[in-house]
Design a protein around this ligand. Structure first.
Ligand code: DGL
Length: 271
């Protein structure tokens, strides 16, 4: 399907976490229509191999292309860390991941040049943040840690209190003894736990959530290609999921920060 400046922005994630990125997109580009796809039938991506996540990502992108989207935002750190080169090669539209904008923001914020990144096992193993940070700021020292239990905690809405605090302490207390002054929340779910994370690492460590940086970059990319929507045509917001939508609607409202309605189930064909 052909796209023009009135087409929507396509956004996908393994599930609901990417709604934190969608929320930032809606705030930065309120005039733009969006189609969000959560691959809730195949979540989580964070514990799967790079090849499998890339295959899922291509299917998600193809489904969004059917909506004639003009830009693809990969609102999943794990997919961004492994699938961007393939998506850029195969798609006829610009593709934006969350890693580069997040790394850029962190490289700018850090004073000590000692930065930590937390993410899923897949994201950490890929080394994508480590590479992006070094490309942004040569000589920077990077610690990368996988914090897999943060994802189910955020999914359950268990983001404050004793249990998440204990988990955060277990994962992150070592960082408090380093020169790290910047911590990248390299997973879509982690911004929901930023309060407990901040309590463990202390006020001297700045938390970087890539969502805002991604939304800013999306605005720049559309501007550079003359694809920003002009005029007052209606704003459409579509939500697609690959499993039944009930839980997506319930938990998704928390991620999006407002009630979410009208999610539709679709089937991705894997040949
Ligand atoms: N969306 C994933 C990410 O940002 C977290 C959830 C998952 O493992 O699929 O890495």
């Amino acid at each position: 399907m052909r796209h023009d400046r009135h087409s929507a922005i396509g956004v996908f994630d393994s599930g609901i976490g990417g709604l934190t990125v969608l929320r930032a997109l809606h705030e930065r580009l309120p005039q733009e229509s969006t189609v969000y796809l959560g691959d809730t039938a195949r979540v989580p991506y964070g514990t799967k191999s790079g090849d499998v996540v890339t295959r899922y990502s291509v299917k998600n992108a193809e489904a969004l292309l059917e909506y004639g989207v003009k830009l693809l935002v990969v609102a999943c750190n794990t997919a961004s860390s492994v699938a961007i080169p393939t998506l850029r090669q195969e798609l006829p539209i610009p593709v934006l991941g969350v890693i580069e904008p997040g790394a850029k923001a962190a490289a700018q914020v850090s004073k000590t040049g000692h930065i930590a990144v937390i993410g899923t096992p897949g994201t950490v193993k890929s080394g994508a943040y480590q590479r992006a940070l070094l490309a942004e700021r040569p000589g920077v020292q990077v610690e990368a840690l996988a914090c897999p239990l943060f994802v189910p905690l955020a999914d359950e809405g268990w983001v404050e209190g004793e249990v998440p605090a204990l988990v955060a302490k277990q994962y992150l207390s070592g960082l408090a003894r380093t020169q790290v002054d910047t911590l990248v929340l390299g997973c879509t779910h982690y911004p929901l736990l930023s309060k407990v994370i901040s309590q463990v690492v202390g006020p001297a460590v700045t938390l970087v959530d890539s969502a805002k940086a991604v939304a800013q970059r999306a605005a720049e990319v559309l501007g550079e290609r003359d694809l920003l929507k002009t005029g007052l045509s209606a704003v459409e917001r579509h939500y697609l999921v690959t499993d039944v939508p009930d839980r997506f609607i319930e938990v998704g409202s928390r991620f999006l920060g407002r009630p979410l309605s009208g999610a539709r189930q679709i089937d991705l064909k894997f040949g």
